[in-house]
Design a protein around this ligand. Structure first.
Ligand code: FMN
Length: 236
């Protein structure tokens, strides 16, 4: 099957692309309006986009060309927001925050979330989130009439105690249970993890691996199980 995207209606492109490019991490974004009223909403057109500068990207859809979502409007007006990452325990509250409550109802309250002050920005962060990234708008791009792409610079990081070893900065996956978004109402857990050690060309050559023998080499790697994956390799 091959598909020319130009032949698909926007709705079908969304269905197809968001179903195939999975899992996506979820940003439960907290922000405030110019009067200091808090807002929280999940965004899965989201990712980390580098570390120097440390950037995140969000795609925020408008309800209508002239009606922004609260998150989009708050970021526009204040230039700040917090990305709270979502783990298994926070999943249900995250889903409550996606309800289209009228403006007078606070989703933060409805979801039973507590906000804590940030260090560098005025918006609050979610107390129960495993990780919160304090962000300032780096660039905001208008995409067509109904969407914004927000690039945020991460200024400060909060991580729940126990998730990161302070001496090595290694993440303890056994203590971190992020969820990912699949499509529709489906989500996934990060539990079935495997290691795939990355080789330099020197290591590749020294092992005498040829393309035809790659299978056997990979089997050998599995047999000498290197233990849990070590996240944090910076090269990408
Ligand atoms: C898991 C999940 C991911 C979502 N991702 C996005 C997204 O990437 N972009 C978007 O515009 N809306 C997304 N939504 C919908 C918004 O969260 C929803 O419209 C919300 O009510 C917006 O709230 P706000 O007006 O307070 O910003 C998502 C909803 C869920 C449940």
């Amino acid at each position: 099957m091959d598909i020319d995207l130009a032949t698909l209606a926007p709705r079908d492109r969304y269905k197809l692309l968001s179903g195939l490019v999975v899992p996506r991490p979820i940003a439960l974004v907290t922000s405030i309006d110019p009067d200091g009223r808090p807002n929280a909403a999940p965004y899965s057109f989201f990712n980390l986009f580098g570390h120097d500068p440390a950037l995140v990207v969000l795609r925020i859809e408008r309800h209508e060309p002239r009606r922004q979502k609260d998150t989009g409007r708050n970021i526009d007006l204040t230039g700040e927001f917090v990305v709270n990452l979502v783990d298994e325990d926070l999943a249900e509250a995250m889903n409550v925050c996606a309800v289209d409550f009228p403006p007078e109802i606070s989703e933060v309250e409805m979801a039973g979330l507590e906000l804590l002050p940030c260090r560098r920005i005025a918006a609050g962060r979610i107390a129960s989130a495993p990780v919160s990234l304090e962000c300032r708008t780096f660039t905001l791009m208008r995409i067509g009439r109904t969407r914004e792409l927000v690039i945020g610079e991460i200024l400060h990081l909060h991580v729940r105690d126990g998730i990161v070893d302070p001496a090595t900065l290694r993440v303890e996956l056994g203590r971190y249970r992020p969820i990912g978004r699949l499509f529709g109402d489906l989500y996934c857990r990060v539990r079935d993890v495997f290691a795939l050690p990355r080789r330099s060309f020197r290591e590749w050559s020294a092992a005498g691996i040829t393309r035809n023998r790659a299978d056997a080499a990979d089997r050998r790697n599995t047999e000498t199980d290197p233990g849990p994956a070590a996240p944090g390799r910076p090269a990408g």
